[in-house]
Design a protein around this ligand. Structure first.
Ligand code: SF4
Length: 459
């Protein structure tokens, strides 16, 4: 899935008790750039004052030595945005910063609040004025309007009013608060950084690949329903709502980096296992297994190892394709595939090819891939997908097409195969997906595959 049909869903980071915390936040955001490329931002605190810089663009284009030098302090939070709720405007970039009766506060959020409209309407009826389209702004208002005295109590009260998917990282001048929703839809991990003076600093991030870059040690995941409070006294954990974990299985299929540990497991191993299961479920005689890079690589390796059919990098991805600044019409999406993916004719010509991709969303990308392989003289093209057909949109923090645009919601597998022009098409079954993850007590959100939503959407 290489034309951002199923867009990533933001990254958050929080760093506490680390010298120049903003620099660690910067590197963490850099390592999680795949989760959002629209906008990025960092807020930091030196104990007296919060500073916040955010802008459209990639982490490396928004931040430089000069901007980072303005973000002094021992704590920092950061965000990479891919628009989920809200619109693509500067007002919708994060962190969300506000001044209120207790001082200054900044919030970053990964997820999507399912009762956001309801709460916003209530707040507007009571006189609140909103600056952005983001559901995240609701939380600022709920905190600012609370009658409780202590910030921690205000945050608890506010968080208990919102529903859906959220990982919040909240920065005040002296403290940092981290909250994960009761279902733990989106990943959030806790790490420690050993400071030069021997003291311990803390980091929370959407993916553990962020820890590797800043030399942090993974400690554990933030638990569903848990609030962590970081202060000069160290870290405190509070269970603020009953946990009912349903983490997002699509993190394993596509979103997360393969070198991240997500929900306690290495993503790379799970993707390879998906490829192996796919080979067991869908054996076929062929000359080569090739991945759609990059997200299909690990599954293709697994398929090749299980089936004994040689693996080749038959399609090369251009990583340097930027935005086209044109509306994403069907025509432009097709051009984007050609800009990004180029097959190696010498490997493809006269071969029976198994192509492994992680998912089929609109079908446009797969159709283009089949076409470029046919143009290279492939004898047979067998498209194999390392996840089940995606039939329902996500309401828990992922920017997905509407149900009408999801090809498998409208067509049978045979019809999809005909549409994309492949000789055969097969998907991993839901049972195969479960076996790949390899846990006895499998309990994941898989609503985009089966349409069973754990949390209802309140309009
Ligand atoms: S609906 Fe799909 S993408 Fe959304 S949280 Fe559930 S599994 Fe993940």
């Amino acid at each position: 899935m290489e034309t951002r049909d199923w867009n990533e869903e933001c990254a958050v980071v929080g760093v506490y008790n680390v010298q120049n915390a903003a620099v660690s936040a910067y590197y963490s955001l850099f390592s999680m750039q795949h989760r959002g490329q629209e906008a990025t931002g960092i807020a930091s605190s030196n104990g007296e004052k919060l500073n916040c810089i955010k802008n459209h663009g990639l982490v490396t284009s928004v931040f430089c030595d000069e901007t980072l030098s303005k973000l002094k302090g021992f704590s920092a939070i950061g965000h990479n945005r891919y628009s989920t709720a809200g619109e693509d405007s500067m007002a919708d970039a994060q962190p969300v910063f506000a001044r209120y009766d207790l001082g200054e506060i900044a919030i970053v959020h990964n997820g999507n609040l399912t009762n956001a409209k309801q709460i916003r309407n209530e707040l507007i009826a009571e006189g609140s004025i909103f600056q952005s389209h983001m559901d995240t702004e609701n939380l600022i208002h709920l905190i600012a309007r609370s009658k409780k005295e202590a910030l921690i109590d205000r945050i608890k009260e506010a968080v208990l009013r919102v529903e859906g998917a959220f990982c919040f990282v909240i920065l005040s001048r002296k403290k940092m608060f981290v909250i994960r929703d009761r279902h733990g839809f989106r990943p959030l991990s806790l790490g420690e950084i050993k400071n030069p003076d021997g003291s311990i600093g803390y980091i929370v991030a959407s993916e553990t690949c962020a820890f590797d870059l800043v030399g942090a040690k993974y400690v554990r995941d933030v638990k569903p329903g848990e609030m962590l409070v970081f202060s000069k006294e160290g870290m405190q954990s509070h269970s603020i709502m009953p946990a009912n974990p349903y983490p997002c299985v699509f993190e394993y299929v596509y979103f997360a980096r393969p070198d991240s540990h997500v929900f306690g497991r290495l993503v790379y191993n799970i993707r390879k296992a998906m490829g192996r299961e796919l080979a067991k479920e869908n054996p076929i005689d062929a000359d080569l297994v090739i991945p759609v890079p990059d997200s299909g690589v690990a599954a293709a390796l697994g398929y090749s190892q299980e089936s004994g059919i040689p693996f080749e990098l038959g399609i090369i991805r251009n990583h340097y394709v930027g935005r086209t600044f044109i509306e994403p019409t069907q025509q432009i999406r097709e051009l984007k595939v050609k800009l990004k993916l180029n097959p190696i004719r010498e490997l493809i010509e006269n071969k029976r090819i198994i192509v492994i991709d992680d998912s089929v969303v609109r079908g446009t990308t797969s159709k283009q891939i089949v076409k470029i392989l046919r143009d290279c003289g492939a004898k047979e093209i067998h498209m194999k997908i390392s996840s089940p057909p995606t039939i329902s949109p996500c309401y828990y923090g992922v920017d997905t097409p509407s149900v009408g645009e999801l090809i498998s919601a409208r067509m049978s597998d045979e019809e999809v195969c005909k549409f994309i022009g492949a000789d055969s098409l097969s998907f991993l079954s839901l049972e195969g997906l479960k076996r790949s993850i390899g846990v006895e007590d499998y309990k994941f959100c898989q609503a985009c595959f089966d349409g069973n939503y754990i949390v209802e959407i309140k309009e």
